[in-house]
Design a protein around this ligand. Structure first.
Ligand SMILES: Cc1ncc(COP(=O)(O)O)c(C=O)c1O
Length: 357
């Protein structure tokens, strides 16, 4: 057996997404919420978990969660579908949307999983660079649009890794021009103070993605797709029957019950983000970009691979995005607790361009 002869060429030739096992003391690479649950909330969650019958399958399609989260996001119950993280929902979209109109378009740089999932599900992918301000280049995008392409355009707003939101007018221009669906991924929306969810009432070809991963529950893998009921009905056929396990369903319900606690953490992260931004700005060889997410993207005046390695050696994990020509010598750091941000800033301040090169 020669595996190369059996596996799809596009899968064989790619390196895949690497999520390295992290043992770093200061974890600022995956855009998680740095705060864990405090007692007595932790105890209450444990009590709830104890009541679950592990011998039984979970509630198929998570109807209770649909109802509760539909209210939370201000949409009707038949407009929402839960997924095993929004990654799974991206995968469902890429599997299902292959009618007369095919393929995926993404502005770059953006969340790398859009391209990886699209390729793994047999889609053609077109990447269009963002403009100099990391906003959408509507002209370049519409230049690539055809009668039969693309079925999906993924827009992460705020965008990862750049941290900015896309102009509403530009998003709408793209929604109007494309023959397919525009997926607005608001994974980081809670940190931006802006949501475009109201567009769901205006256009029938927009889809929204939400996740609890950035809000304090990355471990439970819980994402939500919001779209008009016709789209949800088709995606529900692609969804595996028990895609969201019972423990995650219970934890997501718990999130809503104590949403106020999570909101406090989000407010604190926003405050820490501004402090971290100011701290990064003080370092002369760093150019941070202002962010409306829970991370900050910055470019370095010298080799970011060396900076990354130095940080790893000091037990600080960040995301190295030294990817020329779009993002040469760039790094993305997740906003941490005050202590974590201070550790990072101190480590960066101690690196001189000479030492880094
Ligand atoms: C823009 C964006 N969308 C989606 C995800 C994945 O979210 P989930 O953990 O819900 O799969 C991420 C994770 O980093 C992300 O950055």
């Amino acid at each position: 057996m020669v595996i190369k002869n059996l596996v799809a060429k596009e899968i064989f030739e790619q390196s895949g997404y690497s999520a390295p096992e992290q043992t770093a003391a200061v974890k600022m690479d995956a855009n998680e919420n740095p705060f864990t649950l405090q007692e007595p909330l932790k105890r209450r969650l444990r009590e709830r978990m104890r009541g679950i019958d592990l011998n039984r399958y979970p509630a198929a399609g998570a109807p209770v969660l649909r109802e509760r989260f539909a209210k939370y996001y201000g949409v009707k119950k038949n407009m929402i579908m839960p997924g095993n993280g929004s990654d799974e929902l991206i995968q469902m979209l890429c599997m299902a949307m292959k009618g007369r109109i095919k393929g995926v378009l993404v502005p770059v740089p953006t969340f790398s999983m859009y391209k990886i999932i699209a390729i793994n599900t047999g889609n053609k992918v077109v990447e269009v660079p963002l403009d100099k301000r990391f906003d959408l280049d509507v002209e370049a995008i519409t230049d690539r649009i055809r009668d039969n392409f693309p079925a999906l355009i993924f827009l992460s707003s705020p965008n990862s890794p750049t941290g900015n939101i896309f102009s509403r007018g530009k998003v709408e221009a793209i929604i109007k021009k494309t023959p397919g669906l525009v997926v607005i991924d608001e994974a980081y929306g809670a940190f931006s103070g802006r949501s475009l969810i109201a567009l769901i009432k205006k256009y029938d070809n927009v889809v929204f993605l939400k996740t609890l991963s950035k809000l304090g529950m990355a471990s439970i893998r819980m994402g939500f797709l919001i779209a008009n009921p016709d789209i949800i009905a088709q995606l529900d056929k692609v969804r595996l029957p028990y895609n969201v396990n019972s423990l995650s369903q219970a934890a997501a319900g718990f999130f809503l019950d104590y949403e106020g606690e999570f909101s406090k953490q989000i407010k604190e992260i926003i405050q820490r983000r501004e402090e971290l931004y100011r701290g990064l700005k003080e370092i002369e060889w760093i150019r941070p970009y202002s962010s409306l997410a829970n991370f900050i993207f910055f470019s370095c005046a010298f080799d970011s691979n060396r900076i990354y390695n130095n940080l790893v050696a000091e037990g600080i994990a960040v995301k190295n995005l030294n990817l020329p020509p779009l993002t040469p010598n760039c790094i993305r750091v997740t906003v941490g607790s005050k202590k974590e941000n201070d550790v990072l800033l101190k480590a960066l301040k101690n690196m001189t361009p000479e030492r880094g090169e």
